[in-house]
Design a protein around this ligand. Structure first.
Ligand code: SF4
Length: 105
C-alpha cells in the first residue's frame, strides 16, 4: 500500500522527531506513522530499499533504526526536509511508493 497523498487531511500530528512532524497513528514498534510534512515518508510502507537515501541530491534522508517493524528494521527519515528542492527523484525511485513530496505543504 502506498503513502496516502492526503495524509495531512486524514491524519493528525502526534509527535515530532528530529525537527519534523510525525503523523499518527503510532503504536511502536509495529506502527510507526508518517514522518515529515513537505517530504513525507510512510514508515509503515518503507522497506528500507535505500534508493532515496542514495539519490537525493541534497541529502534530505538519514537512516533511523526501527527494530521490530514488520516491513524493515530501518527507515529513510526525512531529517533534512527543509533542504528539499522538489526534484521528485525520491518519489520516482521508491519501489513501494512510500514517499510523497508536496511543495504546498
Ligand atoms: S524531492 Fe528531490 S530534493 Fe526533495 S527529498 Fe526527494 S530527492 Fe531529495
Amino acid at each position: 500500500m502506498a503513502i496516502d497523498p492526503n495524509f495531512d487531511e486524514n491524519r493528525e500530528v502526534v509527535d515530532s522527531h528530529e525537527g519534523h512532524d510525525v503523523w499518527g497513528p503510532v503504536d511502536e514498534p509495529e506502527t510507526q506513522g508518517i514522518h515529515g510534512t513537505h517530504v513525507a515518508v510512510d514508515f509503515d510502507v518503507c522497506i528500507a530499499d535505500g534508493a532515496c537515501v542514495e539519490d537525493c541530491p541534497v541529502d534530505v534522508f538519514e537512516w533511523v533504526d526501527t527494530p521490530g517493524h514488520p516491513e524493515s528494521e530501518r527507515k529513510a527519515d526525512p531529517a533534512n526536509e527543509i533542504q528539499c528542492i522538489d526534484c521528485m527523484l525520491c518519489v520516482d525511485v521508491c519501489p513501494v511508493d512510500a514517499i510523497d513530496v508536496d511543495s504546498s505543504r
